[in-house]
Write a protein that binds this ligand. Sequence first.
Ligand code: AGP
Length: 615
Amino acid sequence: MCGIVGYIGHRDAYPIIIKGLRRLEYRGYDSAGIALYDGEDINLSKTKGKVEDLKKKADKSISTSGALGMGHTRWATHGVPNDVNSHPHYSNSGNLVIIHNGIIENYESIKKELIKRGYTFQSDTDTEVLVNLIEEVKKQEDVKLGKAVQIALNEVVGAYAIAVFDKQKPDEIVVAKLGSPLAIGIGENEYFIASDASPFIEYTNNAVYLEDEEMAIVRLGKEIKLRKIKDDAIAYPNILELKMNIEQIEKGGYDHFMLKEIYEQPRAILDTYRGRLRADQGIIKMAGIDEHLEKFMNANRIIIVACGTSWHAGLVAEYIFEDLARVPVEVEYASEFRYRNPVITNKDVLIAISQSGETADTLAAIKLAKEKGAFVFGVCNVVGSSIARETDAGAYTHAGPEIGVASTKAFTTQITVLTLIALKLAKEKGEFSESKFHEFLTELETIPAKVEKALESNPLVEIISDVYKDATNCLYLGRGYNFPVALEGALKLKEISYIHAEGYPAAEMKHGPIALIDDQMPVFVIATKKGHYEKVVSNIQEIKSRKGKIIAIVTEGDEQVTELADHVIEVPETLESLSPLLTTIPLQLLSYHIAVMRGCNVDQPRNLAKSVTVE
Ligand code: AGP
């Protein structure tokens, strides 16, 4: 998830684009770049780091004049954050320049073909491949930029919001969208292009939001004309009058980044599937695993190290790997693991999970495991982060930037990546028949829509949160795959509402915690149909008989627990091993609403940091 900005008009483009990039920095902040057309040539400056670093560099290194330009703030997916991988990217001739937000999945095969035709590449990015493909089409087909972009886009697979400029045709910018957001701001004899309206809302509140598979040639003095990329059909722009302020736009209209990120989970899981899950072909493709499959296949065990929410994702993975792939797994708090003098051999695979990729304890655990000869695999969200660089191989969660300190979409995309790895291993190890494997992949494809459905419980969750917002203690219970989800639910409530909460395996209650139960104790119980349902029902009866308040997460259409519980929140049915991706949603929303109702700073809770880089 990157931020893109473009301008064509009568004002100086430079300040507009720099300010616009600052506003989009919540979308990605590992590198930035700008290209300006001064009436003769394109002046481009780009750098690793934040927009401030870009401004310092551009001020010193390029002419910043011109009334046409484009800028980009990056959230790396292909190619680590550095100057050369930053956008914008030139085509080989230097005539075309592009900015892109999204992922081109088949860029490697296109790159191979272009290299055969003599193209050279400066960066490791999919985007540089796209601009050179456009250049090649323009040359071969002898067509204008708009047509060349359209033809090229019909050859790529993936997601994109792009803006392309050709210095040989300096009165237009060509834009296109599939999967990533793109808006055009319409001013008096000027146009603004951006990932959302925050870069241009102070100049105009008239905007067109492109739909998927639409493109437009943004030409000065001409009306905006939209075309369908597939078949060139005309699409009529729906010009909206925006009634939003900048802060609202950055949060996408949500009150907090945390709520926005909770609602981004269907898309984040889809993006994490992208280029990996092919249920129709019955395959899971993951470069980091494919290249090192024998390490996993011959591993004596998998050791998972992480902290906080990432550790909870690791616990869910323990259930998945052991249940589906029949690989022994140990899950370790990185902070304990690094000092416990653990027994590690070169027959061990260590998986390190980290959203930020900068958590000090996890990094140290990795270094220790490497010293002892283990193969280390990283699951990170930040491309090019220290943990991503330190590990032998890895897989990124494509959740996009997670701004809220309380981790939400990183948790579900971590579980998604780990599930894909476990399923792949299970298949390779012959633990799965073709049909069972197909059943799982097909069910996985339904998860984003089922998360969408689980999010529909939000209004009910808000009502329930109001009942329990003044609680001083809470308990969270789950069994099997949903025990770690209970731990995660408790952590979410603790870290943003400051209510003391504990998660437990439901059967553990009788061994102590049940002493805490009285009519003041809210107990959140995950009681979905698949996975020890009857046993959870009896745990609920034990709590009821001591007047505890039961808030149960149940499968749609549940009757038995609904009878027993004080409140129920339904989630769609799915396989037990995939249920954590759904049951965690209402618990995220509960902690969010209770924290808001208690007037807490939800996005930046006290005493916490988004990335703990000290031990
Ligand atoms: C979770 O909401 C917290 N922000 C925290 O527990 C976090 O999960 C932990 O610090 C690990 O961070 P990481 O995933 O970036 O390594």
